[in-house]
Design a protein. Structure first.
Length: 296
Protein backbone atom coordinates (compact mmCIF):
# COMPACT_ATOMS: atom_id res chain seq x y z
CA UNK A 1 0.00 0.00 0.00
CA UNK A 2 1.16 3.59 -0.69
CA UNK A 3 1.98 5.98 2.13
CA UNK A 4 -1.20 7.92 1.39
CA UNK A 5 -3.48 4.89 1.72
CA UNK A 6 -5.86 4.96 4.69
CA UNK A 7 -4.40 2.63 7.35
CA UNK A 8 -7.80 1.62 8.68
CA UNK A 9 -9.07 0.74 5.20
CA UNK A 10 -5.86 -1.19 4.48
CA UNK A 11 -6.40 -3.30 7.62
CA UNK A 12 -10.04 -3.85 6.67
CA UNK A 13 -9.12 -5.05 3.16
CA UNK A 14 -6.44 -7.33 4.59
CA UNK A 15 -9.04 -9.06 6.74
CA UNK A 16 -10.63 -10.81 3.76
CA UNK A 17 -14.31 -10.09 4.48
CA UNK A 18 -14.95 -6.53 3.31
CA UNK A 19 -17.77 -4.00 3.35
CA UNK A 20 -16.62 -1.55 0.71
CA UNK A 21 -18.39 0.50 -1.93
CA UNK A 22 -17.61 3.45 -4.21
CA UNK A 23 -18.45 7.11 -3.89
CA UNK A 24 -18.16 10.00 -6.34
CA UNK A 25 -18.31 13.77 -6.02
CA UNK A 26 -18.77 16.10 -8.98
CA UNK A 27 -17.93 19.78 -8.49
CA UNK A 28 -19.06 22.11 -11.27
CA UNK A 29 -17.34 25.35 -12.24
CA UNK A 30 -20.12 27.27 -10.45
CA UNK A 31 -19.19 25.54 -7.17
CA UNK A 32 -22.24 23.27 -6.95
CA UNK A 33 -21.40 19.75 -5.68
CA UNK A 34 -23.20 16.51 -6.62
CA UNK A 35 -22.25 13.43 -4.62
CA UNK A 36 -23.29 9.80 -5.20
CA UNK A 37 -22.55 6.29 -3.94
CA UNK A 38 -23.35 2.81 -5.25
CA UNK A 39 -24.15 1.70 -1.69
CA UNK A 40 -27.84 1.21 -0.84
CA UNK A 41 -27.76 3.89 1.88
CA UNK A 42 -26.42 7.46 1.97
CA UNK A 43 -22.89 8.01 3.26
CA UNK A 44 -21.18 11.04 4.77
CA UNK A 45 -17.45 11.76 4.94
CA UNK A 46 -14.97 14.46 3.87
CA UNK A 47 -17.68 17.00 4.61
CA UNK A 48 -19.89 15.63 1.81
CA UNK A 49 -23.16 13.70 1.90
CA UNK A 50 -23.33 11.04 -0.84
CA UNK A 51 -26.76 10.12 -2.18
CA UNK A 52 -27.69 6.47 -2.65
CA UNK A 53 -30.87 6.88 -4.71
CA UNK A 54 -29.31 8.07 -7.96
CA UNK A 55 -28.57 4.81 -9.73
CA UNK A 56 -25.00 5.92 -10.35
CA UNK A 57 -22.34 3.33 -11.09
CA UNK A 58 -18.92 3.33 -12.75
CA UNK A 59 -16.89 0.99 -14.88
CA UNK A 60 -13.48 -0.23 -13.75
CA UNK A 61 -10.83 2.47 -13.58
CA UNK A 62 -7.95 2.21 -16.01
CA UNK A 63 -4.90 3.64 -14.28
CA UNK A 64 -1.16 3.42 -14.67
CA UNK A 65 2.00 4.68 -13.04
CA UNK A 66 3.17 6.32 -16.27
CA UNK A 67 1.85 9.35 -18.13
CA UNK A 68 -0.97 7.63 -19.99
CA UNK A 69 -4.42 9.12 -19.43
CA UNK A 70 -6.45 7.46 -16.69
CA UNK A 71 -10.04 6.98 -17.82
CA UNK A 72 -13.33 5.38 -16.96
CA UNK A 73 -17.04 6.01 -17.41
CA UNK A 74 -19.79 6.85 -14.97
CA UNK A 75 -23.34 5.74 -15.67
CA UNK A 76 -26.43 7.06 -13.92
CA UNK A 77 -30.07 8.04 -14.01
CA UNK A 78 -31.34 11.54 -14.70
CA UNK A 79 -33.60 13.14 -12.11
CA UNK A 80 -34.32 16.54 -10.58
CA UNK A 81 -32.64 15.33 -7.39
CA UNK A 82 -29.37 14.38 -9.10
CA UNK A 83 -28.24 15.26 -12.61
CA UNK A 84 -30.90 16.99 -14.69
CA UNK A 85 -31.17 16.56 -18.45
CA UNK A 86 -31.53 20.29 -19.14
CA UNK A 87 -28.36 21.11 -17.17
CA UNK A 88 -26.39 18.52 -19.14
CA UNK A 89 -27.77 20.01 -22.36
CA UNK A 90 -26.72 23.48 -21.20
CA UNK A 91 -23.15 22.27 -20.69
CA UNK A 92 -23.05 23.03 -16.96
CA UNK A 93 -21.18 19.77 -16.25
CA UNK A 94 -18.57 20.19 -19.00
CA UNK A 95 -15.08 20.00 -17.49
CA UNK A 96 -16.44 19.52 -13.95
CA UNK A 97 -14.02 18.17 -11.32
CA UNK A 98 -14.58 14.53 -10.38
CA UNK A 99 -13.31 12.61 -7.34
CA UNK A 100 -13.86 8.91 -6.66
CA UNK A 101 -13.31 7.05 -3.39
CA UNK A 102 -13.18 3.46 -2.21
CA UNK A 103 -14.94 3.54 1.16
CA UNK A 104 -15.87 1.15 3.94
CA UNK A 105 -19.60 1.75 4.27
CA UNK A 106 -19.59 0.27 7.77
CA UNK A 107 -17.04 2.92 8.81
CA UNK A 108 -16.98 5.79 6.25
CA UNK A 109 -13.94 7.31 7.99
CA UNK A 110 -12.03 4.52 6.22
CA UNK A 111 -11.91 5.88 2.67
CA UNK A 112 -9.31 6.28 -0.06
CA UNK A 113 -9.32 8.74 -2.95
CA UNK A 114 -8.41 6.50 -5.89
CA UNK A 115 -9.32 8.77 -8.83
CA UNK A 116 -9.38 12.47 -9.59
CA UNK A 117 -10.02 14.10 -12.94
CA UNK A 118 -12.62 15.88 -14.99
CA UNK A 119 -15.72 15.09 -17.01
CA UNK A 120 -15.05 14.73 -20.73
CA UNK A 121 -17.75 13.76 -23.17
CA UNK A 122 -21.17 13.53 -21.50
CA UNK A 123 -24.17 12.05 -23.29
CA UNK A 124 -27.75 11.30 -22.31
CA UNK A 125 -30.22 8.73 -23.58
CA UNK A 126 -33.25 6.83 -22.33
CA UNK A 127 -33.55 8.71 -19.06
CA UNK A 128 -29.89 8.12 -18.18
CA UNK A 129 -26.47 9.58 -18.81
CA UNK A 130 -22.99 8.35 -19.63
CA UNK A 131 -20.01 10.49 -18.61
CA UNK A 132 -16.43 9.98 -19.74
CA UNK A 133 -14.00 10.62 -16.87
CA UNK A 134 -10.55 11.94 -17.76
CA UNK A 135 -7.58 11.71 -15.42
CA UNK A 136 -5.26 14.51 -14.36
CA UNK A 137 -2.72 13.55 -17.03
CA UNK A 138 -5.24 14.59 -19.72
CA UNK A 139 -3.86 18.13 -19.41
CA UNK A 140 -0.55 16.86 -20.81
CA UNK A 141 -2.26 16.25 -24.17
CA UNK A 142 -2.74 19.97 -24.74
CA UNK A 143 -0.53 21.58 -27.40
CA UNK A 144 2.25 23.74 -25.99
CA UNK A 145 4.09 26.69 -27.50
CA UNK A 146 3.10 29.28 -30.04
CA UNK A 147 1.76 28.84 -33.56
CA UNK A 148 3.66 30.59 -36.36
CA UNK A 149 0.80 32.36 -38.17
CA UNK A 150 -0.36 35.83 -39.14
CA UNK A 151 -3.49 36.08 -36.94
CA UNK A 152 -3.12 36.64 -33.20
CA UNK A 153 -3.10 33.43 -31.17
CA UNK A 154 -4.17 35.02 -27.87
CA UNK A 155 -7.69 35.00 -26.49
CA UNK A 156 -9.06 38.48 -25.96
CA UNK A 157 -8.44 39.46 -22.35
CA UNK A 158 -6.19 36.52 -21.39
CA UNK A 159 -2.71 36.76 -19.85
CA UNK A 160 -1.08 36.93 -23.28
CA UNK A 161 -3.43 39.57 -24.66
CA UNK A 162 -3.48 41.59 -21.42
CA UNK A 163 -6.37 43.75 -22.61
CA UNK A 164 -8.76 44.83 -19.83
CA UNK A 165 -12.23 43.80 -20.98
CA UNK A 166 -13.66 45.88 -18.16
CA UNK A 167 -12.63 49.02 -20.01
CA UNK A 168 -15.46 51.37 -20.86
CA UNK A 169 -17.10 50.60 -24.18
CA UNK A 170 -16.18 46.93 -24.44
CA UNK A 171 -18.82 45.39 -22.16
CA UNK A 172 -22.47 46.39 -22.35
CA UNK A 173 -25.44 45.18 -20.27
CA UNK A 174 -28.82 45.21 -22.01
CA UNK A 175 -32.23 43.66 -21.13
CA UNK A 176 -33.61 40.92 -23.36
CA UNK A 177 -36.30 42.27 -25.65
CA UNK A 178 -36.92 39.90 -28.56
CA UNK A 179 -35.41 36.64 -29.71
CA UNK A 180 -35.77 33.73 -32.09
CA UNK A 181 -35.04 30.37 -30.45
CA UNK A 182 -32.60 32.11 -28.07
CA UNK A 183 -30.16 32.37 -30.97
CA UNK A 184 -31.14 35.58 -32.77
CA UNK A 185 -31.62 38.51 -30.38
CA UNK A 186 -33.25 41.76 -31.46
CA UNK A 187 -33.79 45.22 -30.02
CA UNK A 188 -35.96 47.93 -31.57
CA UNK A 189 -33.46 50.64 -30.69
CA UNK A 190 -29.87 51.36 -31.63
CA UNK A 191 -26.80 50.83 -29.48
CA UNK A 192 -23.88 53.28 -29.22
CA UNK A 193 -21.57 50.84 -31.00
CA UNK A 194 -20.57 50.36 -34.62
CA UNK A 195 -21.95 47.34 -36.52
CA UNK A 196 -19.99 44.11 -35.87
CA UNK A 197 -18.57 45.62 -32.66
CA UNK A 198 -19.64 42.52 -30.73
CA UNK A 199 -19.04 39.99 -33.55
CA UNK A 200 -16.75 37.16 -32.36
CA UNK A 201 -17.45 38.27 -28.81
CA UNK A 202 -19.85 36.68 -26.36
CA UNK A 203 -23.37 37.08 -25.02
CA UNK A 204 -23.83 35.98 -21.40
CA UNK A 205 -26.99 35.59 -19.32
CA UNK A 206 -26.56 37.24 -15.92
CA UNK A 207 -29.72 36.17 -14.05
CA UNK A 208 -32.51 33.60 -13.91
CA UNK A 209 -32.37 29.83 -14.61
CA UNK A 210 -29.90 30.42 -17.46
CA UNK A 211 -27.50 32.55 -15.39
CA UNK A 212 -23.89 31.84 -16.33
CA UNK A 213 -24.69 30.42 -19.76
CA UNK A 214 -23.16 32.19 -22.73
CA UNK A 215 -22.82 31.93 -26.47
CA UNK A 216 -20.27 33.04 -29.08
CA UNK A 217 -21.57 35.88 -31.25
CA UNK A 218 -21.67 35.10 -34.97
CA UNK A 219 -22.81 38.50 -36.25
CA UNK A 220 -23.78 41.94 -34.96
CA UNK A 221 -25.71 44.10 -37.38
CA UNK A 222 -28.06 47.07 -37.66
CA UNK A 223 -31.26 46.34 -39.55
CA UNK A 224 -34.43 48.32 -40.23
CA UNK A 225 -36.05 47.18 -37.01
CA UNK A 226 -33.00 47.86 -34.81
CA UNK A 227 -29.98 45.96 -33.55
CA UNK A 228 -29.63 42.24 -34.26
CA UNK A 229 -27.12 39.89 -32.63
CA UNK A 230 -26.95 36.27 -33.74
CA UNK A 231 -25.12 33.44 -31.97
CA UNK A 232 -23.42 30.41 -33.50
CA UNK A 233 -25.38 28.12 -31.16
CA UNK A 234 -28.56 28.90 -29.17
CA UNK A 235 -28.65 29.37 -25.41
CA UNK A 236 -30.10 26.07 -24.17
CA UNK A 237 -32.31 27.44 -21.40
CA UNK A 238 -35.31 29.71 -21.11
CA UNK A 239 -34.65 33.43 -20.62
CA UNK A 240 -37.42 35.69 -19.36
CA UNK A 241 -38.09 39.01 -21.06
CA UNK A 242 -36.20 41.80 -19.34
CA UNK A 243 -33.37 39.53 -18.16
CA UNK A 244 -30.08 41.40 -18.38
CA UNK A 245 -27.69 40.11 -21.03
CA UNK A 246 -24.02 41.04 -21.05
CA UNK A 247 -22.42 41.72 -24.42
CA UNK A 248 -18.63 41.57 -24.72
CA UNK A 249 -16.79 42.98 -27.72
CA UNK A 250 -15.07 40.58 -30.09
CA UNK A 251 -11.75 40.46 -31.90
CA UNK A 252 -11.01 39.10 -35.39
CA UNK A 253 -7.29 38.60 -34.57
CA UNK A 254 -6.03 41.11 -37.18
CA UNK A 255 -3.37 43.75 -36.51
CA UNK A 256 -5.65 46.57 -37.68
CA UNK A 257 -8.29 45.53 -35.16
CA UNK A 258 -5.76 45.09 -32.36
CA UNK A 259 -4.38 48.56 -33.00
CA UNK A 260 -7.48 50.52 -33.99
CA UNK A 261 -10.19 48.94 -31.85
CA UNK A 262 -8.26 47.91 -28.74
CA UNK A 263 -5.07 50.03 -28.91
CA UNK A 264 -3.19 46.90 -27.83
CA UNK A 265 -0.73 46.25 -30.65
CA UNK A 266 2.21 45.89 -28.24
CA UNK A 267 0.64 42.64 -27.02
CA UNK A 268 -0.24 41.26 -30.46
CA UNK A 269 0.59 37.53 -30.50
CA UNK A 270 0.70 36.89 -34.25
CA UNK A 271 3.27 37.32 -37.02
CA UNK A 272 1.67 39.84 -39.41
CA UNK A 273 4.72 40.02 -41.69
CA UNK A 274 4.84 36.28 -42.31
CA UNK A 275 5.29 35.75 -46.11
CA UNK A 276 2.38 34.15 -47.89
CA UNK A 277 2.41 30.97 -49.97
CA UNK A 278 2.91 32.92 -53.22
CA UNK A 279 6.19 34.30 -51.90
CA UNK A 280 7.41 30.90 -50.71
CA UNK A 281 6.96 29.23 -54.13
CA UNK A 282 8.11 32.22 -56.21
CA UNK A 283 11.20 31.93 -58.45
CA UNK A 284 13.60 34.52 -59.89
CA UNK A 285 12.28 36.46 -62.83
CA UNK A 286 14.10 38.07 -65.72
CA UNK A 287 11.35 40.61 -66.33
CA UNK A 288 12.98 43.16 -64.01
CA UNK A 289 16.20 43.77 -62.14
CA UNK A 290 16.91 41.29 -59.36
CA UNK A 291 18.46 43.53 -56.74
CA UNK A 292 17.75 41.36 -53.70
CA UNK A 293 15.19 43.86 -52.43
CA UNK A 294 11.48 43.48 -51.86
CA UNK A 295 9.51 41.34 -54.35
CA UNK A 296 6.61 43.76 -54.21
Amino acid sequence: MSAGFNAGLAAHLAGGLTTVCHAWAITRSDGKVFAFTDHDRPLSFAGIRFRADTGLSALALQQSTGLSVDNTEALGALSDASLREDEIEQGRFDGADVRAWLVNWADPAQHWLNFRGTIGELTRAGGGFRAELRGLTEALNRPQGRVYQKPCTAVLGDRMCRFNLGSEGFVHDIPLQGHSDYRRFTWDFTLPFAPEWFARGRLEVTAGPAAGLWGAIKSDSIEEDGRVIELWEPIRAGIAAGTVLRLTAGCDKRTDTCSGKFDNLKNYQGFPDLPGEDWVVSVPSGAKANTGGSRR
